[in-house]
Design a protein around this ligand. Structure first.
Ligand code: ZN
Length: 317
């Protein structure tokens, strides 16, 4: 491919003055699927994006492999989430950033909009992709970083960014409408770890995770029995598993509630910190959020179509 391109250029040398580099794509690496999705959407035809973490991969626990290191060292730029989401990669990324263009995309958002950590000062809940209104605040940083790589494509990036923001706004409107259809006492989201704090804030849901905002610390038995008592007392109908976290704790909750005579179902497998399979609608950020919101709304009693906002969902409960 590269060879034939050079041959072609050589043949037309008299007419083509610009180097072939000007028309090739920028090669960038992204850490999570959600970051890759945003960079890919805004970059369009100007950028080739490689995601390090695929479906089902937990970013709190992920550590860069040898081939990831090679990819990032060779890339024109690396995009990661930041806010301590990729805790095991923190040191490597900060070091890489002293030598190569590295962008902590979520750290471009004003910290006044973020949820502070209860345990650490100057640490924030990183799960901002759960609220479309907040996630789009990362867009300007991505446009700026891509424009620095390819100044001639600025207009392309800005057009794609506007389209992305418009889709996110439509998603936000859908989310609000279907989640308002959940009966008020059932607006409680219980999941394996605390990935839904921004979701709860945006849609007025009470959210509880068995584990905290990172999956690194184990949940104690006390935590589980407190949540079981709460489930039973409030007669909640459903809890949720996550595709990137073990379902062991959620199953313990369900068994605990059953022992007290209350039946709780798994309301669905949510895409919390990773998207669905590559090449599917659920493997995009728009699709993952549609899947989550539609699954949550249906499991908690809202009468909304299983096929979601655009009629494209396959797996919503
Ligand atoms: Zn998480």
């Amino acid at each position: 491919m590269h060879f034939s391109r050079r041959t072609l250029l050589a043949g037309a040398a008299a007419m083509v003055a610009t180097p072939s580099l000007a028309s090739s794509k920028a090669n960038v690496v992204a850490s999570t699927g959600m970051i890759a999705d945003m960079v890919r959407t805004i970059g369009g035809a100007g950028v080739e994006v490689k995601a390090l973490m695929g479906p089902g991969v937990d970013p709190h626990a992920y550590r860069q492999t040898r081939s990831d290191i090679v990819d990032m060292t060779r890339a024109d730029a690396t995009f990661w989430h930041g806010l301590y989401l990729e805790a095991q990669m923190e040191e490597f990324m900060l070091d890489l950033g002293t030598k190569r263009p590295v962008h902590a995309v979520a750290e471009s958002v004003d910290t006044d909009l973020l949820i502070g950590s209860e345990d650490y000062e100057n640490r924030f809940d990183p799960h901002i992709w759960m609220d479309p209104d907040l996630w789009v605040k990362c867009v300007p940083a991505v446009v700026q970083a891509l424009t620095a790589l390819r100044p001639n494509d600025r207009e392309l990036f800005e057009t794609n960014a506007s389209a992305f923001i418009a889709e996110a706004e439509a998603l936000s409107v859908y989310n609000r409408a279907v989640l308002e259809a959940v009966p008020e006492p059932a607006r409680v989201l219980l999941t394996a770890h605390d990935a839904f704090g921004y979701f709860g804030g945006a849609y007025d849901f009470e959210v509880m995770g068995i584990q905290g905002i990172s999956t690194e610390s184990e949940a104690g038995l006390n935590r589980i029995s407190t949540l079981v008592d709460m489930l039973v007392a409030r007669q909640l109908p459903a809890v949720f598993v996550e595709t990137s976290v073990s379902d062991r704790n959620i199953r313990a909750l369900i068994e605990g509630a059953a022992a007290q005579g209350h039946t709780v179902i798994i309301g669905g497998a949510l895409f919390s910190d990773a998207m669905g399979p590559d090449g599917t609608y659920e493997g995009t950020w728009l699709g993952m959020i549609d899947h989550n919101v539609t699954s949550i709304a249906r499991a908690l009693g809202a009468d909304v179509p299983a096929t979601g906002r655009l009629g494209r969902l396959k797996g919503a409960a």
